[in-house]
Design a protein around this ligand. Structure first.
Ligand SMILES: Cc1cc2nc3c(=O)[nH]c(=O)nc-3n(C[C@H](O)[C@H](O)[C@H](O)COP(=O)(O)O)c2cc1C
Length: 350
């Protein structure tokens, strides 16, 4: 029987069941390029979650898409968080990035060949799924609950990314943790399910493949890699994060998980004194301050609980090879355990 990983591999044309999840508000161009070059699925992230300047968005997003296509021959994806205004229309920032990705696909050439998937996150992409697919893109929906996974699948999405509450960045209002969410989504849906949230190594990949997932997606683990373009201080701060070093705080359109620092102390006052629009701009600015300028004391540091499990900063290729090799070893060794389990059942029955 064809496994979900084989199905996903053949849909996307990648070599390893490892996806780099989107990490805005920066396009993560160098990281995505390194991940795709190493056989995983790199994702260009949204350059902003609040800036509505079409020129800024189109230019930044398109430049990143063109860069990655020029620096790898492998497939890649783009990630667009979906937000809506009160009347239900898509936020300009979401609409601009979705239409730019579709335009890049339709323009064809090397970019169009290699841009294989569009991942939406945060909100419900509904009416846009058919348009995304009509352009020839695989639609991946990132969700944090079984009900949202079913809703997206019923609307025709191709792939579900099930992300547990321990994830870094904007997480879910009603948090369901990875080990509760993943088995249910895999069981309920007959489509490739990629699991994310708290995963960083071969153990996580082996567990999810054994469970029937098509692969794993990671954010925080990929921040602490040589090729990631954020400031070295941010990257090292992720590695240095101790257990209990993360915290969920109020973010732009949902709670956000980040790493504890003095910068978080400014949050209550910002929430009190700013309009929602001002707060969004403030939050994005504070994240950029840490990501670009390396101000890890005063900026905001989105990052996942799994930061506490990280001890090194490998190259992306070393990391992906290690995860795949360790998972293969674990799954190979598990055959003997499976035999023992079967024997145990027979013995008990007898
Ligand atoms: C710094 C940071 C920024 C993120 N930005 C985005 C984003 O722009 N869009 C999105 O869909 N998810 C975003 N996320 C969530 C990731 O895509 C991914 O779901 C999450 O990192 C997975 O959990 P992990 O951090 O435990 O690996 C972000 C995560 C981090 C750590």
């Amino acid at each position: 029987m064809t496994s979900m990983w084989e199905r996903y591999r053949d849909m996307l044309g990648i070599s390893h069941p490892i996806v780099q999840d989107g990490m805005g508000p920066q396009p993560t161009t160098m990281l995505a390029t390194a991940v795709s070059n190493a056989g995983g699925l790199g994702s260009i992230s949204s350059p902003s979650i609040v800036n509505t300047s079409e020129t800024y968005l189109r230019d930044g997003f398109r430049a990143a898409i063109e860069y990655i296509a020029a620096h790898t021959d492998a497939p890649f994806a783009v990630n667009v968080p979906v937000g809506r205004v009160a009347s239900g229309e898509l936020l300009p920032v979401s609409e601009t990035c979705i239409s730019e990705a579709i335009a890049a696909k339709r323009d064809g050439g090397k970019v169009g060949n290699q841009l294989v998937a569009l991942t939406t996150s945060a909100g419900y992409p509904g009416e846009f799924i058919a348009t995304i697919q009509a352009a020839g893109l695989i639609h991946q929906a990132k969700v944090g609950s079984v009900r949202h996974a079913i809703k997206a699948r019923d609307a025709g999405t191709d792939v579900i990314i099930a992300s547990g509450y321990e994830m870094g960045g904007h997480t879910h209002v009603n948090g369901v943790h990875t080990m509760v969410l993943a088995p249910q989504v895999i069981e309920r849906l007959n489509c490739p399910v990629i699991v994310s949230g708290g995963l960083c190594d071969g153990r996580g990949l082996a567990a999810m493949l054994a469970m029937g997932a098509a692969g794993i997606a990671m954010g925080t683990r990929f921040i602490a890699t040589v090729e990631h373009e954020w400031h070295e201080r941010y990257k090292q701060r992720v590695v240095d994060t101790p257990e209990w070093g993360d915290q969920v705080f109020q973010g732009v359109y949902a709670p956000c998980r980040g790493l504890k620092n003095p910068g978080l102390e400014k949050l209550p006052e910002a929430l009190r004194s700013k309009t929602p629009d001002e707060f969004q701009e403030w939050e994005e600015g504070e994240m950029r301050r840490a990501m670009r300028e390396g101000d890890i004391e005063n900026g905001l540091l989105p990052g996942g609980q799994v930061a506490a499990a990280l001890t090194d900063m490998p190259t992306v290729a070393e990391l992906i090879e290690r995860i795949v090799r360790d998972a293969a070893d674990l799954l190979g060794g598990a055959a003997a355990t499976a035999e023992q389990l079967r024997l145990g059942r027979v013995t008990t029955a007898a």
